[in-house]
Design a protein around this ligand. Structure first.
Ligand code: DI6
Ligand code: FE
Length: 414
């Protein structure tokens, strides 16, 4: 039998992140990987390759191939920026205090409402391109800086346009319950009505979202209010995610688990009962050390409890203009190790396989395995731990998305 490949990568080291391969990182050294019709058709030791014909052969010169990185939690479509709030926070104002005095998320809502769709697109496209250079092949983008029907739709349409044009898989999440817009001041339940009865159904009708998210926090929405949003999401067949226990323990993670959420995110203040509920429901813990660092938080998420109860951990940038203006997944991996105590192998698993699980995409991407989409990042390193070790110089050498090869133009090597 002869295998036919469009492209065969040779002289590669594979960090497959496939849990069925027992070596650390699911490593296969002296490997080859064949791609056909955008999917991984074969991978293994080069010596074991069967008869094949290949349209192209790419010599990796001993580079490491990892799954394309999955950034499973971002807010990267937004207008304006919040550098002035950064200055205020450096002078001692807290994130919660700024939010309560009308700044924070609501100030980005004002800017996003005012920004045209084309301008939002242009700004977001630069961010997506920068992430592509850093080895990302899948990005989740949330709405939530509109908080009215027009702007929520505008944001999700921008996310959709980004997907079509940028060789990037984009998952869209509707985050209507992110903050209370000024026009609903002191009427949170009326705003939740608007989300559940008008905005969410219209977004579902237009197929603009894969999932629904909310911000369950004392500066945002209560468990009872988020419950109503989740009920509406269920009714429209949308997956569920939640910003939970970021600044206090509200019991959001338990609620998310009750609704079979794909993920609960942040989780600094989660307790053991919340972790156990997530374990039972198969809900992924998405850790966001960028926001923890940027807000100078001190309470860390309970990594030991996630490990004890077998809750898989994912990692993401949380790229947003307020609490995490950070577009580097590798900086986030470093922070996960230095601040939260993950091992480099856990960090890479978290931003590949478990990131895909947090989006319900692990059948499609997140590890190097035959049958999955050929989403690959190619790195000129000697060992995968270097992905967490170096800080600052974090571009990949080349990237493959659905079998399409893209070399980083400013890559220093050959
Ligand atoms: N938590 C976050 O980390 C982002 N949203 C949220 O609910 C921050 C959003 C922002 O500050 O603009
Ligand atoms: Fe967030």
């Amino acid at each position: 039998m002869t295998l036919h490949f469009d492209t065969l990568f040779i002289n590669a080291n594979l960090a497959t992140m496939n849990p069925q391969i027992v070596a650390p990182y699911g490593t296969i050294t002296d490997a080859a990987l064949g791609v056909k019709d955008g999917r991984i058709a074969w991978l293994g030791r080069r010596a074991d390759i069967p008869n094949y014909e290949a349209g192209k052969i790419y010599d990796c010169e001993n580079a490491w191939l990892t799954p394309g990185l999955v950034d499973c939690h971002t807010h990267l479509v937004f207008g304006g920026n919040r550098a002035s709030e950064f200055e205020l926070r450096l002078q001692g104002a807290s994130y919660a205090k700024i939010a309560k005095s009308g700044g924070g998320i609501v100030s980005t809502v004002n800017a996003t409402r005012k920004t045209s769709k084309d301008d939002l697109y242009r700004q977001a496209e630069l961010r997506v391109c920068a992430m592509g250079k850093k080895g990302v092949t899948t990005i989740e983008i949330k709405s939530g800086y509109g908080l009215d029907i027009e702007t929520e739709i505008k944001m999700l349409e921008v996310a959709q346009m980004l997907a079509a044009k940028n060789n990037m898989r984009i998952q869209k999440t509707f985050l209507g319950a992110h903050a209370l817009p000024l026009e609903y001041k002191d009427r949170p339940d009326a705003y939740i009505d608007l989300v559940c009865h008008e905005i969410l159904p219209e977004i579902a009708r237009r197929k603009l979202a894969d999932a629904v998210d909310g911000f369950c926090e004392n500066i945002a929405f209560s468990v009872a209010q988020i419950r109503r949003v989740f009920e509406a999401a269920k009714k429209h067949g949308l997956a569920i995610k939640l910003h939970a226990e970021q600044l206090s323990n509200q019991g959001g993670a338990k609620l998310a688990a009750e609704f079979g959420a794909l993920s609960a995110d942040h989780l600094e203040y989660i307790d053991e009962a919340g972790v156990m509920a997530m374990a039972k429901a198969g809900t992924i813990a998405v850790l966001l050390p960028g926001a923890f660092y940027y807000l100078k938080e001190t309470q860390k998420p309970p990594i030991d409890l996630f490990e004890k109860h077998g809750v898989p951990m994912a990692l993401a940038t949380d790229f947003n203009p307020g609490s995490s203006p950070i577009s580097s997944p590798r900086l986030i991996m470093n922070m996960a190790c230095t601040l939260f105590g993950l091992t480099p192998e856990q960090a890479l698993t978290a931003i590949t396989l478990n990131g895909a699980r947090a989006l319900g995409l692990d059948g499609e991407t997140g590890s190097l395995a035959a049958g999955k989409s050929a989403d690959i990042a190619i790195w000129k390193i000697q060992h995968p731990a270097e992905l967490c070790y170096w800080v600052g110089d974090d571009d990949c050498h080349a990237r493959v998305y659905q079998g399409k090869f893209m070399k980083n133009m400013d890559s220093k090597d050959g």
